[in-house]
Design a protein around this ligand. Structure first.
Ligand code: COA
Length: 258
C-alpha cells in the first residue's frame, strides 16, 4: 500500500488527507511525517489536485502531537535533525501553491497544532483543543511552532501558550486568531470544502502567486518587490486576459489555469 498512516481521497479537485492512526490519536511518528511529505509531492505534481484538506481519523483527535514513544529515543546527536526534517515537510505545506486547510476535529497538540499552523487556514470544531505542551516533556515545539504561533497570534499570546503548555478550545483559538472559523464538529469538512470551492473558482496561477507573496512577509526579502514580480507574472497569463474580459463583457470568467 502506498500510504499506511494516511488516507487520501480525491473528489472534485479536493484532496482530503486524513491522518489515520486513530488508536494513537493520530500522533505523528516518523513514518507518518514521511508519508505527509510524499502526499504533498503528489499535490505539487498532479494538476487534477486543486486544493487540500488535512484532518484526523475518528472524532477525538486531529493530531495529538509527535509520537512520544519515538520522541523518547531522540537525543542530542539527532534532535536537531529530527526538528529540521519535520520543519522541511511542514514548509512544503505552507509553500504549497494550492490552498491547504486544516479541518481540526479534536485535539491539535504539539506537532498537531504545528501541522494545523503550517496550513493556510484552520477550521476548528467547537470542542477542538489546541496546545503546545512540549515544555511539559522537557522540550520545545520543534516543527515551526514557536515561529508560526507568534506570527498568527502575536508575541504575548505565544509566550503564554508555549510557556504554560495549556490547551485552549476551538472557540478561544478563534478569539486569538489561531483559527479562521469555529463550527459544529460535523461541519468542519463542509466548511473547509466551501472555502476551497470558492478558491477553485478563481484563477489558479494567481492563487499560487498570492500564497507565495503572503508567505514572503515572513521571509527575509523585500516582500513588495516579490509582490510586484508576481503581479507581473499574473499579467502574462491567459486567465488575466479572460478575467478582465469577462468582467467587461458582464459574464463569469472561464479560467483554464493558464
Ligand atoms: N504520542 C504517542 N501516543 C499517543 C500520543 C502521542 N502524542 N497521544 C496519545 N497517544 C496514545 C496514548 O498513549 C494511548 O495509547 P494506548 O491506548 O496504547 O495507551 C492512546 O493514544 C489514547 O490516548 P489516551 O492518553 O489514553 O487518551 P486520553 O483521552 O486519556 O487523553 C490526550 C488524550 C490528548 C490529553 C493525551 O493522549 C495526551 O496528553 N497526549 C499527548 C499530547 C502531547 O503531549 N503532545 C505533544 C507531543 S510533542
Amino acid at each position: 500500500m502506498e500510504f499506511e498512516n494516511l488516507k487520501l481521497e480525491l473528489q472534485s479537485g479536493i484532496l482530503t488527507i486524513t491522518i489515520n492512526r486513530e488508536n494513537k490519536l493520530n500522533a505523528l511518528n516518523i513514518a507518518t511525517i514521511k508519508e505527509i511529505e510524499k502526499a504533498f509531492q503528489k499535490v505539487y505534481d498532479e494538476p487534477e489536485i486543486k486544493g487540500v484538506i488535512i484532518t484526523g481519523a475518528g472524532d477525538k483527535a486531529f493530531v495529538a502531537g509527535a509520537d512520544i514513544k519515538e520522541l523518547a529515543d531522540v537525543n542530542y546527536m539527532n534532535g536537531r535533525k529530527f526538528a529540521e526534517e519535520g520543519q522541511e515537510v511542514f514548509a512544503s505545506i505552507e509553500n504549497c501553491p494550492k490552498p491547504v486547510i486544516a479541518a481540526v476535529n479534536g485535539f491539535a497538540l504539539g506537532g498537531g497544532c504545528e501541522l494545523a499552523m503550517a496550513c493556510h487556514m484552520r477550521i476548528a470544531s467547537e470542542d477542538a483543543k489546541f496546545g503546545l505542551p512540549e515544555v511539559g516533556l522537557g522540550i520545545i515545539p520543534g516543527y515551526g511552532g514557536t515561529q508560526r504561533l507568534t506570527m498568527l497570534v502575536g508575541k504575548g499570546k505565544a509566550f503564554e501558550l508555549i510557556l504554560t503548555g495549556e490547551m485552549i478550545t476551538g472557540k478561544n483559538a478563534k478569539k486569538i486568531g489561531l483559527v479562521n472559523h469555529v463550527v459544529p464538529k460535523e461541519e468542519v469538512i463542509v466548511k473547509a470544502e466551501e472555502i476551497i470551492n470558492k478558491i477553485m473558482a478563481k484563477a489558479e496561477l494567481a492563487i499560487g502567486q498570492a500564497i507565495d507573496c503572503i508567505n514572503a512577509v515572513y521571509r527575509d526579502e523585500n516582500g513588495y518587490q516579490t509582490e510586484a514580480n508576481s503581479f507581473g507574472n499574473c499579467c502574462k497569463t491567459e486567465d488575466f486576459k479572460e478575467g478582465t474580459k469577462a468582467f467587461l463583457e458582464k459574464r463569469k470568467p472561464n479560467f483554464t489555469g493558464k
